[in-house]
Write a new protein. Sequence first.
Length: 227
Amino acid sequence: MTPSLPEKTDPAAEGQGDDTATLPLLPTRDLVLFPGMVAPVFVGRERSISAIEAAFAAQGPLILCAQREAAVEDPALEDLRSVGVRARVLQLFRLPDGSVKALVEGDERVRAERVVTRDPHLVVEYVPIESPDTRTTRARSLARRVSDEFVRYVGLHPQLAIQAFQFGDGFTNLLSPVLAWLLGSCVMAGISYATWVKWVFPKVLLFLVVGCLIMVGLTAVGWTGGV
């Protein structure tokens, strides 16, 4: 049975002081989570299982930080990237081998400052990191410059790059948890965001595959935007 989706807690209520707050920390080996990103995570280490289960039981967030070296079995704070992401546990499943599979959603970037305790799992003090507004003119200009450099690097016609961006941006907008129209539509339809993601994700994946095939075909024939 799929556990119910936890209610989103107020981050301001988690703090233990004016500038820092404490949360369980989950070290990740092969996942770098970003704000607004939903991803599955498989957890097998005892401390990690304890951390993610504690966060899910409390219906609160936890911190995910990537390990510097995946081979380290019991990482300390210095074995982790200092910048991670605060995330919510949307779903949690116990697997037959005792490990845990969870679905997590990134909220905001944070910096892990200090370990408060290591038992039964890592708990750290953290401070939020202000993220730049990607909707500003400067941010869009920087994104376009990166896209132009990539086009020159791979030798594509600029029109093909624009078409590829339109494909990717249009399809991924169906999954973005920060778009008001999407969240408003879910509320009006009476469904949770997690339910919407589970329904639409296979279709978005299919659209992306078809889009990639179209782009490969256009590139092969040397399409430049004309008819």
